[in-house]
Design a binder for this molecule. Structure first.
Ligand code: FMN
Length: 138
């Protein structure tokens, strides 16, 4: 299996944003349950950070689909690595809604990751794991 993490800039309508997010998360969860992809999504108010994990084929196929999704742009893949055990087992998609604090971490991660700094990416992953631990599986 693999884990893949990316960040992107949200292009959601200001009007009806919460509804658009709820719909996005609901259909993503249903699709991920079918393809046995698990992971976490953070929305900061302006950006998304998403970690996807599962067999390489379904994760890569989903990442291809995500590139063409008009609900976000400026997609930057931060890292991809092999895993033996899922970090988000039981979560078809853990979701954390508008978090300005995380936005700061993502900005920093983007700046440093483009220079190949993996500790920053690791920090972002830990943050996703921590908020997920505080919740019940979806
Ligand atoms: C930020 C973001 C995260 C998404 N996450 C997922 C996801 O985890 N799983 C999924 O199936 N689709 C996800 N989507 C939707 C896909 O981009 C795409 O719309 C969907 O896979 C298309 O499926 P369809 O062509 O079969 O309707 C996400 C979209 C956005 C904008």
């Amino acid at each position: 299996m693999i884990s893949l993490i990316y960040v992107s800039r949200a292009l959601l309508p200001a009007d009806g944003r919460d509804l658009a997010l709820a719909q996005l998360v609901r259909s993503a969860r249903a699709a991920n349950a079918r393809t046995q992809v698990s992971g976490a999504l953070i929305f900061t108010g302006t950006r998304f950070a998403q970690l996807l994990e599962g067999e390489a084929d379904p994760v890569h196929q989903l990442f291809e689909l995500l590139q063409d999704d008009p609900r976000h742009t400026d997609i930057v893949k931060l890292a991809e690595w092999p895993i033996a055990v899922r970090e988000f087992a039981g979560w078809s998609l853990a979701y954390e809604g508008p978090s300005a604090y995380v936005d700061g971490t993502i900005s920093k991660t983007l700046a440093l990751a483009s220079r190949g700094s993996t500790p920053e990416v690791h920090h972002l992953v830990r943050m996703m794991v921590e908020f997920t631990r505080a919740r019940d599986p979806d």
